[in-house]
Write a protein that binds this ligand. Structure first.
Ligand code: ZN
Length: 153
């Protein structure tokens, strides 16, 4: 069975950056299962997987535009510590969700200097060319319920 829209696909994968550093992997964990064609994966990886079958292995390089996008410097902002609830506990690396017109965006604290807190709303993998090694383990039809829910059961 070939991967196409509405199939449930299970893959093993390893994600590396340009420097060969492993950013994420299913090695030692359960495989990743997703419904193909509903935007569950980054666009570049979905398009590479289309038409593949169980047992296929692929190495793909995906530019930022087809991965997590390019950085937008306007998503970096400096705000005052006093604008946060529980502002005693702020630490670099903390993440929180902010509701915006375009949906929910995750901001990460990049820097804290006195009262100034620097926030970055870019995806941590923005601007990165990603290298995926993928092995397709299983391809099956999604159930009606899975398609309705938008996730794998
Ligand atoms: Zn469900």
């Amino acid at each position: 069975m070939e991967i196409s829209d509405g199939k449930v696909v299970s893959i093993d994968y390893t994600l590396q950056n340009d420097g060969g550093e492993v950013l994420d992997t299913s090695d030692g964990r359960d495989p990743l299962s997703y419904i193909h064609g509903i935007g569950a994966l980054i666009p570049g990886l979905e398009s590479e997987l289309a038409g593949k079958s169980a047992g296929d292995e692929l190495d793909v390089t995906i530019p930022p535009e087809n991965a997590y996008g390019v950085r937008h410097e306007e998503l970096v902002a400096v705000v005052k510590r006093s604008q946060f609830d529980n502002n005693e506990d702020l630490e670099v690396g903390m993440q929180f969700q902010v509701q915006q017109d375009t949906g929910t965006r995750i901001f990460t604290i990049k820097k804290i200097e006195g009262e100034d807190v620097t926030l970055d709303g870019n995806h941590p993998l923005a601007d990165m060319t990603l290298h995926f090694s993928v092995k397709v383990l299983e391809v099956r039809d999604a159930t009606k319920e899975e398609l309705e829910h938008g996730h794998v059961h």
